[in-house]
Design a protein around this ligand. Structure first.
Ligand SMILES: [Fe+2]
Length: 272
């Protein structure tokens, strides 16, 4: 703590070698009764000669020339630091040159998410094939699910590009064969398929959040940012949009309204 003695009558400060700048002024009587500073005995004679002084205190430590020299940051020595083994460029074949601070756990989790996206894309493609049939012929739903399938494939590709960017290796896993029939006795095919789509988007969102947790656990800030900016926001928007479609299909039932809904998708719809 730095101290300063201040004349309260003239407001001129009297500086002592052990004192520094002030941030606040307190009555001298208060300071005498409340402080135990080592500097106080030296100040008491001054205080006792008159009451026209106050002592100010600041928590800021005042640097002297020695401490300034000690606190000065060391100059960046690039060629010294480049001698570190972890910065050596790999020469072994099959080793990524770009890889840095990218854990095996993150690499594995990204490959798993690629598989999730491909599976969802495959299911949407099966829905597209169903609604495209001549005896179903709901062209709007067919278009919607085809675009949704392509979008999920794009998500897989985005993750593939990221895996390569970080120096990981893409490993594709098997894709499960989806169901082919989407009709339902009570709901009809349109509502049944849309409810399945909503459940799929929520499941995908859960998988993305799990992926984000892996990145967080591995202190991979860059990967966290990638998932947040490229996936999570869009995923919430997709869930909202399909939820609205489910609500609308529940209102209109299985009758003629499904045709109008399908026409709406045909002319205005977009992918999930
Ligand atoms: Fe996706």
């Amino acid at each position: 703590m730095a101290l300063k003695l201040v004349s309260s009558s003239s407001l001129t400060s009297a500086r002592f070698p052990f004192l520094g700048s002030a941030s606040a002024v307190a009555p001298a009587s208060h300071f005498r009764s409340s402080t135990s500073s080592a500097a106080l005995p030296l100040l008491l004679p001054v205080l006792q000669r008159g009451s026209s002084y106050a002592i100010t205190a600041s928590k800021e430590k005042q640097p002297d020339s020695l401490s300034l020299a000690a606190a000065a940051p060391a100059a960046f020595q690039p060629f010294q630091e480049l001698k570190r083994k972890d910065l050596a460029v790999p020469v072994a074949p099959g080793h990524s040159l770009a890889k840095q601070f990218y854990s095996d756990e993150c690499e594995l989790a990204v490959n798993e998410q690629i598989n999730v996206e491909y599976n969802v894309s495959y299911i949407y493609h099966a829905m597209y094939a169903y609604f495209e049939r001549d005896n179903v012929a709901l062209k709007g739903l067919a278009k919607f699910f085809k675009e949704s399938s392509l979008e999920e494939r794009e998500h897989a590709e985005k993750l593939i590009e990221y895996q390569n960017k970080r120096g990981g290796k893409v490993k594709l896993h098997p894709v499960m064969p989806p169901i082919a029939e989407f009709d339902h006795a009570e709901k009809g095919d349109a509502l049944n398929a849309m409810e399945l789509a909503l459940a799929l988007e929520k499941l995908t969102n859960e998988k993305l959040l799990n992926l984000h947790n892996v990145a967080k656990r591995c202190n991979d800030t860059q990967m966290e940012d990638f998932i947040e900016s490229e996936f999570l926001t869009d995923q919430i928007a997709a869930i909202k949009k399909i939820s609205e479609y489910v609500s609308q299909l529940r209102r209109i039932g299985k009758g003629h309204g499904v045709w109008d809904f399908d026409q709406m998708l045909l002319h205005e719809g977009g992918p999930a």
